[in-house]
Design a binder for this molecule. Structure first.
Ligand SMILES: CC(C)(COP(=O)(O)OP(=O)(O)OC[C@H]1O[C@@H](n2cnc3c(N)ncnc32)[C@H](O)[C@@H]1OP(=O)(O)O)[C@@H](O)C(=O)NCCC(=O)NCCS
Length: 177
């Protein structure tokens, strides 16, 4: 089970714990952050603590969304990580950062490291990302990480762009990006 995620020059990744409830609440209750996620805003610190306590992806699948921690400050700046989607039988890369950390390349650094972790450590064949068409900065992140757009699909009733990256080391697979 990988409760510790990848390291990058500026970031570490680890599972959330209850001590992160305040940071998790601030992130997931900010309308600007949640605008393109399709998820409801958290409305209390208690809800944030419950979400952390009830998160079972690491136990069930061995990996999940990690807290994204800035090495320099030790602060949780958001999350990034991999999520198994049972309905699609796919693994999805996702990220969400506090606005004061946007535009500094953190999401690209974190996303690239999580993709690499998925391919090298977890030996996944491919990883997808689903991004709302209006979410320009997130589209910038997946493109810079070498993900290719396969077109628009509906996911949970919402139109999203589906991006994919395949594992270059899997025999016979060719990543065109
Ligand atoms: C998506 C998100 C994580 C991006 O974080 P970030 O730290 O700003 O991303 P980065 O700085 O690593 O890279 C963003 C890239 O997109 C580009 N970009 C940003 N806004 C853009 C815009 N409006 N139009 C086009 N490109 C844009 C940036 O210029 C950057 O590319 P560059 O380094 O070549 O300049 C952040 O905006 C966020 O947390 N949003 C809310 C949650 C969310 O929507 N998550 C994704 C759900 S799919």
């Amino acid at each position: 089970m990988y409760r510790e995620g990848p390291q990058t020059p500026r970031l570490t990744h680890r599972a959330f714990d209850l001590g992160d409830a305040e940071a998790f609440f601030r992130l997931n209750s900010d309308p600007e952050v949640m605008k393109f996620t399709g998820e409801p805003l958290l409305s209390s610190l208690k809800q944030a603590a419950e979400a952390i306590e009830c998160y079972t992806d690491f136990e069930r699948y061995g990996f999940g969304r990690w807290a994204c921690v800035q090495k320099q400050s030790g602060k949780v700046i958001g999350f990034c990580g991999l999520k198994y989607l049972p309905d699609l039988h796919e693994v999805d890369v996702g990220y969400r950062l506090k606005p004061e950390f946007w535009g500094r390349g953190f999401a690209t650094e974190a996303c690239a490291a999580c993709l690499d972790f998925g391919f090298r450590i977890l030996q996944l064949n491919q990883i997808i990302a689903m991004v709302m068409p209006a979410n320009a900065s997130s589209i910038g992140v997946v493109r810079k990480c070498g993900m290719r757009c396969e077109g628009e699909v509906f996911y949970e009733g919402i139109p999203v762009l589906r991006f994919v990256k395949t594992n270059a080391s899997v025999s016979g697979s060719v990543d065109p990006v």
